[in-house]
Design a protein around this ligand. Structure first.
Ligand code: PEP
Ligand code: MG
Length: 572
């Protein structure tokens, strides 16, 4: 059901015949997408509630197929050279008013159907996402926001790129875009008001730029850059299967992050040594009713697909911004400080048990990694491990063999967990630094809130001290410490992270080969000297300045380190 009523749109006029035709095409597209959306809802309803219940959508479909709507509105658009929004809205309002006055209760009720269809079409005209958009041709999505559940429902074969008004580079929409190699630009304030469905746009994810109605010159400039980028990718790809070895011969592990089954071919091809983070909640968001058997098959498909590489599955990190339908977590006043991650799994024993059993069954006779998100206390980890042990015992009774190797880890995303890392290390086999959350919780800066984005500082001395502390605690206890947050893929920070002692990175598949290439250029002694210096510094900007200088020295001419962007500019 739609949440909002629309205010009457203002009449807007266009100048040329071409613009008139463009408006008509927008209407055609909005009607078409709405039609397919309703069909899909009808099908879903049929599957979940039965054919009779699904019939309510028949009227919606009939309304949308009524050609008088299209004929009437396009006539107005042509005669008065207008944008379609106002004539469409006022025509539909007139139909609604006419039905409201009927004495027949059946007809009176139909006004609600017309209202619903009107709102759906209006949202498509405004370029806003609704339910599950389906496209039969490639599109660039421009939206106010994309929630993680919006993102998992998109038809990824058809989505060329995203542009959203809100969010941040560490929002889940951006992380998913990176995982899938889909260009994305965030924080384009006002963009969904300025553009209309069907407008041609050019999106440059490398530079974070979206150009509406691009000129021929802009197009050819982009094409030339694409050719250069492809050549550079080929150069990097040659080296992607070589190990990431530092100048002193020390080996660094470079793994990748993933969320979806269809990433398997990219994982195989990217040069990653393992999957350092598989975010299982995205499978769950797409199918919240998934029972143990379905989950087991999905996890096994990932493991078999990427073998012989190991996969570290993160148990469900629901809550925060990752809210499945039917979860009441959304009602919390501060969801990021609420019932999320391991807390939620421990509080829903049946859900957690089904996931652990599915993971252990899928991992039977294989190497398996598991890790828990949002760990805060030692007790939580002890309890979670008990649940793993209980599932292992159950499965053994059922004759399911255990994994040949089972490593159980804790994500360090909460400052409190970082401070008790030495104690936590006694109960786990590895740590994985989730810096996306660690930064937000250390600095009290919502990772999604663009108003405080300047304060989201990976190089803040407090963040670096926590990272350093966790690595030292891991080393002292003899357990590996990885980093799977986006900080690991800000290439400019690679020498600093190496200097802090990090030897295990996990990044989006598209970044693996370049990261390995850059690590090979680094001298660990220079990196350690950098870390020693910055740990004495007072401010994030001071740390960033020297970090960029050292990164430039280490990378030499291979890459140009730029202050304003977390991306490196590659030498052409
Ligand atoms: C993190 O917090 O760094 C992390 C990897 O988890 P997510 O981005 O899914 O919260
Ligand atoms: Mg996290």
């Amino acid at each position: 059901m739609l949440k909002e009523d629309f205010d009457e749109p203002e009449e807007e006029f266009v100048q040329t015949e071409e613009e008139v035709e463009h408006e008509i095409e927008r209407l055609r597209l909005a009607l078409e997408v709405t039609y397919r959306e309703i069909l899909k809802l009808q099908k879903q309803m049929e599957e979940t509630a039965g054919a009779e219940e699904a019939e309510i959508f028949e009227t919606h479909l009939l309304i949308i197929q009524d050609t008088t709507i299209f004929d009437h509105v396009t006539r107005q658009v042509r005669d008065r050279k207008m944008r379609v929004d106002a004539p469409f809205y006022s025509y539909m309002q007139r139909q609604i008013q006419a039905l409201r006055g009927k004495s027949d209760p059946y007809l009176r009720e139909r006004f609600l159907d017309i209202k619903d269809v009107t709102q759906r079409v209006m949202r498509h005209l405004r370029g806003e996402l609704l339910e599950t958009p389906m496209f039969d041709h490639p599109v660039i999505i421009v939206a106010h926001d994309l929630t993680p559940s919006d993102t998992v429902q998109l038809d990824r074969r058809m989505v060329l790129a995203f542009a959203v008004e809100t969010g941040s580079p560490v929002s889940h929409a951006a992380i998913i875009a990176r995982s899938l190699g889909v260009p994305a630009v965030v924080r384009l304030t006002g963009i969904s008001e300025q553009l209309h469905s069907g407008d041609p746009v050019l999106l440059d994810g490398d530079r974070g730029v979206l150009t509406a109605f691009p000129s021929a010159e802009a197009l050819s400039d982009l094409q030339a850059r694409q050719v250069r980028a492809k050549e550079r990718r080929q150069e990097t790809d040659i080296a992607r299967d070589k190990p990431a070895i530092l100048k002193n011969g020390e080996r660094v592990t470079v793994g990748c992050n993933a969320e979806f089954l269809d990433e398997v071919p990219m994982i195989q091809a990217c040069g990653a040594e393992e999957v350092g983070l598989f975010r299982t909640e995205f499978l769950f968001l797409a199918r919240p009713d998934a029972e143990e058997g379905w989950q087991e098959r999905a996890y096994r498909e990932v493991m078999d697909g990427v073998a012989p590489r190991r996969v570290i599955f993160r148990t469900l990190d629901l809550g925060g911004d990752k809210v499945a339908s039917g979860m009441d977590a959304a009602a919390e006043p501060n969801p990021f400080l609420g019932w999320r991650g391991l807390r939620l799994s421990l509080g829903r024993p049946e859900m957690f048990r089904a996931q652990l059993r599915a993971l252990l069954r899928a991992g039977a006779g294989r190497r398996l990694g598991l890790m828990f998100p949002m760990v805060t206390t030692v007790e939580e980890v002890v309890e979670a491990r008990k649940r793993v042990d209980a599932c292992l015992a159950e499965l053994s009774q059922e004759g399911v063999p255990p994994p040949t190797e089972l490593k159980v880890g804790a994500m360090i995303e909460v400052p409190g967990a970082a401070l008790v890392a030495a104690q936590l290390a006694q109960h786990v086999d590895f740590f994985s630094l989730g810096t996306n959350d660690l930064i937000q919780y250390t600095l009290a800066v919502d990772r999604l809130n663009e108003r405080v984005a300047d304060l989201y500082q990976p190089t803040h001395p407090a963040v670096l001290q926590l990272i350093h502390r966790v690595i030292q605690a891991g080393n002292a206890a003899g357990i590996p410490v990885g980093m799977c947050g986006e900080m690991a893929s800000d290439f400019r920070l690679v020498p600093l992270l190496l200097g802090l002692g990090l030897r295990d990175f996990s990044v989006a598949t598209a970044q693996v080969a370049r990261l390995k290439q850059l690590i090979r250029l680094c001298d660990p002694a220079a990196c350690a000297a950098l870390a020693e210096r910055v740990l004495q510094m007072d401010s994030a900007s001071e740390v960033l300045t020297v970090t960029l200088e050292v990164a430039q020295e280490q990378f030499g001419r291979s890459a140009q380190v730029a202050a304003g962007s977390s991306r490196l500019m590659w030498q052409d």
